[in-house]
Design a binder for this molecule. Sequence first.
Ligand code: 5GP
Ligand code: MG
Length: 175
Amino acid sequence: MKPILTAQQLSITVRRLAQQVLEDHIDLENTVIIGLQPRGIYLSDKIVAEIGKEIPMEQVKYGQLDITFYRDDVRNQLHIANATHIPFSIEGKKVVLIDDVLFTGRTIRAALDALLDFGRPQKVELCVLIDRRFSRELPIQPNYVGRSVDALVSQKIKVFWQDKDGKDEVALLDN
Ligand code: 5GP
Ligand code: MG
């Protein structure tokens, strides 16, 4: 495993992403933040917590989207738990989608589809911790990037979170 971000770097990067989102959205009045289930939530929780240090939490509209139902490859499977929680309309809002790793772009394409069930946003932006930038199969790019990584398709990015994995770290895994 080749280290990409140490615990300290990960923490600094998460704080920067939160600051960049705030910088572009100031008081978040017309903005909603949506973390993508399952693995984007660890990052979105942390970004929202950082934003909460700058503005009152009750001003932050934060939801979670599970796009499992919208993926063309799993649409026919039954009994998939839906972990979507978006208790507000996104009609006319600016949406900041948050996920851990951007790879082919197919998850985000599906998320854009799924979002339409909750209203038509004015604008959608994307914030990712890791951008696997040469692996895109769709014209989808992030607005906020923790770290760009040139990984081979055969390689995997491992994102470890303290709460879940017992450590904070991002590493490149050879296969
Ligand atoms: P995509 O749909 O862009 O091909 O893949 C992005 C989704 O798959 C993200 O939700 C992400 O969690 C997961 N993913 C894709 N590649 C990786 C990877 O190398 N490492 C991790 N941790 N997740 C990945
Ligand atoms: Mg995912």
